[in-house]
Design a protein around this ligand. Structure first.
Ligand code: ADP
Ligand code: MG
Length: 728
């Protein structure tokens, strides 16, 4: 007998929790032990070398060859002491996830002997054989190679037996082929633009950073049930599956008691994270059954993003040790909540000034309103682009569905900040500058501004939450760099325009603070349409948003057009974050990945339908047919026969209708895929996948799910929602 769904269910439901490895006594004793951080550098690098490394991290000064040699030597000794035998340049290709090619430290030198080698050159730069990573046409075959270059601002770490060196991945002609390179450029751009504006407020020589605190949502399913679902294995989501009678309607899972097996997994996961210096703080159940969240304390964005990518990799391994599979897909199950990755984003200075935190006096509050208005203006002017930065085939199941943010990017401010802005709009002559430094903003409630927004709006995609914005449209499987790069870039551009306008006012004789206030007022006036505190799910809002000029597009391939709009190209060119060639390449890749994802789903669904669902359905139909024809022998009276057999006869007809429709549609869908594949233009192909194939996926699923409700449970081959979704 072959292994059946019931064997898998039994395994899943009797599996005892695997005890988490007991952590060392206190987190502080092992926290960051797998990271080449300052503590470890002190043991392995000379004071001189360390100083150079710190300068490089803090001021972006390039390390010279000699110093790189010293760092490499120390890093190698440390990594080997931590059990590493290999090293890799760890980078973030546009396919998502991370890429690594492991090389051994071992350097055999003939005569059957070998040395451990790791040079400064190997640390700083490598040429991975990367010709199969997507480049959107940036690399012709003759320049097929790209190279990776060390990013000293994110520390190296040991994962398993490998020393991982965070790197950027660029083509030989210098174009970015990854997420990290543009992110670093966007950080530099926003840092400069903010610093220039901070000078009006008397703040100088205080480095500016963008900060990120992500909240990672995920699902867990039992490994044996996972193994019985080709759709989850291949497409990371269920392409078929009828709702279970009970799902999240009782709302009993959210913040509920964490199941024992899951808790052991979480403990192990946190232990691994702490060793990697990932500052995990929070764990809890999420809304849907089997859905959970893990969140750290916020960090500088570049580091936070690397940590999130490390987490996503670690989660998979730890889950496997506990008999789980972790699903990072945005919508693994229809009919219940999907997963996002809220990105809490803010700007702040090295000395600890939060630029999105209201202050204690008028001047600090003007600074607060200035940065708020500029962020809002940037979001208003680029709301289509911001949406494009988080739009993927998988995330499009969330955006616009009534569970997550709508596919319209607006901002929620809360009553207090909204009122402060309202007041500002009317406060034309209210700034009185007394002497040089004292002035009054004349907006009475601002200094009292409460940081805690009690009326938090869960439907807003870009909500102000007291000292930061929470961008909720980011998908759970995404690299947050995509969204953060856009945020940093558009804000950098906007602040530069703002500064130009303020300087003009000052040249025309307006005192500096008054000029800042006046320009802040005009900036807010020009973008107040992006602010919306109401219900983002309502149909009225969709109408209203259109009138306000917000981007309401929901088709992912069309959303990507925003990357190539004149406005976007200008913003990226002027901030120096990306050239139009790079934008073009990235957009091509987005279209290409979209098409591939949908095509995989279509091919998997066609296979599931033809080879799993239809054979079982017809077999069951045959049993019914057999039964009906035997009943005919017993119930010779036609009237009586009709009465007792009518139920089964209608089931037979239903099966016939659903199977024939599912079969016919699956065949047509595959033919359409073949036709679409022949289209050369990436954009057009993606549009066709969206317009033609996605509706097939939905409609075939309806037939299959109807069959699931008819066919004998014992015969159904695929684990059902009720089995997948309730961990014991
Ligand atoms: P929620 O109530 O939305 O679930 P959490 O407290 O779980 O919020 O997570 C909020 C995240 O925001 C955490 O990662 C936290 O460190 C981060 N955060 C807090 N302040 C800031 C800030 N100023 N900038 C960026 N992120 C921040
Ligand atoms: Mg949140």
């Amino acid at each position: 007998m072959s292994y059946t769904r019931f064997d898998a269910v039994e395994e899943a439901f009797v599996r005892p929790p695997v005890k988490a490895v007991p952590p060392a006594p206190a987190t502080s004793e092992y926290y960051g032990c797998y990271v080449f951080n300052r503590k470890n550098m002190r043991k392995y690098l000379s004071a001189d070398t360390r100083q150079k490394v710190y300068e490089s991290i803090e001021q972006g000064i390039t390390l010279n060859r000699d110093v790189a040699e010293q760092v490499a030597a120390g890093m190698k000794r440390w990594a080997m002491d931590m059990g590493a035998t290999h090293y890799t340049h760890w980078f973030q290709p546009l396919t998502g996830g991370t890429a690594e090619k492991h090389d051994s430290f071992a350097e055999p030198y003939g005569k059957g002997e070998s040395l451990e080698e790791f040079t400064g050159k190997l640390l700083c730069q490598q040429e991975p054989d990367a010709s199969s990573f997507p480049s959107g046409g940036l690399r012709n075959t003759f320049e097929a190679r790209g190279y990776t270059a060390w990013d000293p601002s994110s520390p190296a770490f040991v994962m398993g037996d490998t020393l991982c060196i965070p790197t950027v991945f660029i083509s030989y002609t210098g174009e970015a082929l990854d997420y990290k390179a543009p992110l670093l450029k966007s950080e530099a751009a926003v840092s400069k633009a903010v610093a220039d504006v901070l000078k009006y407020f008397g703040i100088k020589d205080d480095p500016v950073f963008s900060y990120l605190g992500w909240e990672q949502e995920y699902f867990l399913v039992d490994a044996s049930l996972y193994a019985m679902r080709p759709d989850i294995i291949m497409a990371e989501r269920t392409l078929v599956g009828h709702n279970s009678a009970r799902n999240q309607q009782l709302e009993d899972h959210y913040f509920g008691c964490i199941p024992a097996r899951v808790l052991e997994f979480m403990k192990d996961l946190e232990f691994e994270c702490y060793k990697l210096g990932i500052p995990i703080k929070t764990r809890h159940n999420e809304v849907a059954p089997n859905q959970f969240e893990i969140a750290p304390v916020y960090e500088q964005a570049n580091l936070a993003i690397d940590h999130n990518l490390e987490l996503m990799a670690v989660m998979k391994t730890v889950a496997e040790n506990h008999g789980f599979k972790v699903l990072l897909h945005e919508k693994p199950f229809a009919g219940i909540n999907g997963s996002g990755k809220h990105c809490n984003w803010s700007l702040g200075t090295g000395s600890g000034i939060g630029l999105m935190s209201p202050g204690k006096n008028d001047k600090d509050n003007l600074r607060f309103l200035t940065f708020m208005a500029n962020v809002l203006k940037a979001v208003y002017d680029n709301n289509g682009l911001l949406k494009a930065s988080v739009m993927t085939a998988s995330n499009s199941h969330r955006l616009g569905a009534n569970e997550a943010p709508p596919a319209i990017i607006s901002s929620f401010l809360g009553t207090q900040v909204s009122n402060a802005f309202k007041e500002l709009l009317q406060s034309k002559d209210m700034v009185k500058i007394e002497g040089k430094s004292r002035f009054s903003l004349g907006i009475p409630q601002v200094p009292e501004l409460l940081i805690d927004n009690t009326d938090r709006n869960r439907t807003s995609p870009f909500a102000f939450t007291g000292n930061r914005f929470e961008f909720r449209a980011v998908g759970s499987s995404a690299n947050c760099a995509s969204a953060v790069t856009v945020l940093n870039t558009i804000v950098a551009y906007q602040l530069t325009k703002f500064k130009e306008a303020v300087d003009k006012r000052i040249e025309a004789g307006t005192p500096a603070m008054q000029a800042v206030l006046d320009e802040t007022r005009e900036t807010y006036r020009a973008c107040q349409n992006v602010c919306f505190d109401g219900n983002g799910y309502s149909d009225e809002w969709k109408e209203e948003a259109k009138r306000r000029g917000l981007d309401c597009e929901t088709s992912a391939p069309l959303c990507y057009d925003s990357f190539l709009s004149e406005g976007t190209i200008k913003v990226y060119r002027e901030t120096g974050v990306m050239s139009d060639v790079e934008l073009k390449a990235r957009t091509e890749i987005n279209w290409n990945i979209y098409s591939k994802k949908i095509e995989i789903e279509a091919r998997v669904l066609a296979d599931l339908t033809a080879n799993h669902i239809l054979p079982v359905s017809t077999r069951y139909q045959n049993i019914l047919l057999d039964n009906v024809s035997k009943m005919k022998d017993i119930f010779t009276d036609k009237g009586e026969f009709d009465q007792v057999a009518s139920g089964e006869i209608s089931m037979i007809k239903d099966i016939a209708r659903h199977t024939s429709e599912a079969r016919a549609q699956a065949v047509r869908m595959e033919e359409e895929c073949d036709r679409i594949d022949a289209i050369e233009c990436e954009r057009e192909r993606a549009i066709q996948y969206h317009d033609v194939i996605v509706p097939y996926l939905e409609s075939i699923r309806e037939h299959v799910d109807a069959l699931e409700m008819i066919v004998d449970d014992e015969m159904w081959p695929l684990p059902k929602y009720r089995e997948l979704l309730f961990i014991r």
